[in-house]
Design a protein around this ligand. Structure first.
Ligand SMILES: [Zn+2]
Length: 393
């Protein structure tokens, strides 16, 4: 894990195979298709009424380290998967023909259909069986495998170019983070607008914008989704650290990926209303970037960054590469690379919306001649394949 890199916290990542896994699991276990309501206390995002937790019945919870834990093998069986050790007491695999969840024991890292994701609590061995925490089941695994659909489609995306004005962000040689984030935000805005989205930026020029104000700006602009754009720095860890990280809000009561937090900081925050959407959005963006670009997958991580903590909508923060790596800084400053990075983030957003937007009506009331244009043109590789989502059953 990175040392105190940058001002934001840090963490690793997810995919299409994932969607397939979700489908399969959903097909195998009817009750597994329900979203969790447990981690979204008051004011759940206006999606749908609370429903039973997926796969949460039929096997017992253990109390380990003062937390509820789940036996991974029991969860796997309940969801139609098999289990085996890839490396004894190190790497444990839960899989079927649609899902591959590789757990690194005694740590917090896992590979979920090829994408690195960081758990909130350690994955451990207890009485010979591999266990992970109930919180990770409900705020990481299930929201990604069993997405919920919203009542209305997301239309407005707010892009937040990190830093600006007096706050230059990371400065490395000729490169300033504040300029690179703004360039990326504008590139991404152009792509998304062509796809039919309404896009707003928290800043459009080199102005100072307080971090605490950015979430409010996003709300004023009517945002449905919020993506904060940054570039990373490894500090004393040195120039060899490189790769992509995507952050979403830390679940209430849990530690962030890059360090333990003061108990007073772990309480439920407004951004936790969107725990399920945050993690799915972050997963899809991390997956899209690491699949499309030859950049190291440092994973989907958790942090209580200001813009995530007070968020009024599903929100993530993208660290699109390390400026502290001379090689990666040159890459990030290259317009052709930046274009690809923007395309990958747009693909991740669209993959998320494929899971969460309302299903198109089977019997459209209006003839095809209406001028409604398709919002997002996707290539087959971006689509969640044919995998029916759980609601589609
Ligand atoms: Zn930054």
């Amino acid at each position: 894990m990175l040392p105190q890199a940058h001002r934001h916290a840090k963490a690793p990542m997810p995919s299409l195979v994932l969607a397939l896994g979700a489908l399969l699991l959903a097909l195998v276990t009817p009750q597994a298709a329900q979203p969790s309501s447990k981690s979204n206390p008051p004011n759940p995002p206006k999606s749908r009424p609370p429903s039973p937790n997926p796969g949460s019945k039929g096997f017992e919870r253990l109390q380990l380290f003062g937390k509820a834990y789940v036996d991974a093998s029991e969860w796997a069986r309940a969801n139609g998967c098999s289990v085996r050790w890839l490396k004894p007491r190190e790497e444990f695999l839960i899989s079927n023909d649609k899902l591959r969840l590789q757990l690194n024991v005694d740590g917090k890292r896992a590979l979920l259909n090829g994408v690195q994701v960081w758990f909130s609590s350690p994955i451990v061995v207890h009485n010979g069986g591999v266990c992970f925490s109930e919180v990770d089941l409900q705020t990481l695994i299930h929201p990604i495998l069993f997405p919920n659909r919203r009542e209305r489609a997301a239309k407005t995306i707010v892009l937040d170019a990190g830093h600006g004005g007096k706050d230059r962000g990371k400065v490395a040689g000729p490169y300033e983070e504040k300029s690179l984030t703004l360039a990326l935000a504008k590139e991404l805005r152009g792509l998304l607008e062509k796809q039919g989205f309404h896009v707003a930026l928290t800043r459009t020029d080199d102005t100072t914008t307080e971090r605490d104000d950015r979430a409010d700006i996003a709300r004023e602009k009517g945002g449905d989704l919020f993506v904060s754009l940054h570039f990373n720095s490894a500090g004393e860890a040195g120039p060899s650290i490189r790769g992509v990280e995507v952050y979403c809000m830390t679940p209430a009561g849990e530690n962030s990926t890059n360090g333990t937090s003061d108990p007073s900081e772990r309480q439920y925050a407004p951004g936790n209303r969107f725990d399920a959407q945050n993690v799915l959005l972050g997963y899809e963006i991390q997956r899209a970037i690491t699949r499309r670009l030859n950049m190291e997958d440092r994973g989907l991580r958790r942090a209580r960054f200001a813009v995530l903590r007070v968020a009024h909508m599903p929100s993530v923060l993208v660290e699109g590469g390390f400026l502290s790596s001379p090689a990666e800084a040159r890459l990030v400053a290259n317009p052709a690379h930046r274009r690809k990075l923007a395309e990958a983030i747009a693909a991740g957003l669209n993959a998320y919306l494929q899971h969460t937007d309302p299903k198109p009506s089977a019997t459209p009331k209006e003839p095809k001649s209406t001028k409604a244009k398709p919002r997002a043109k996707q290539t087959p590789s971006q689509l969640p394949s044919k995998v029916p989502t759980p609601e589609a059953r």
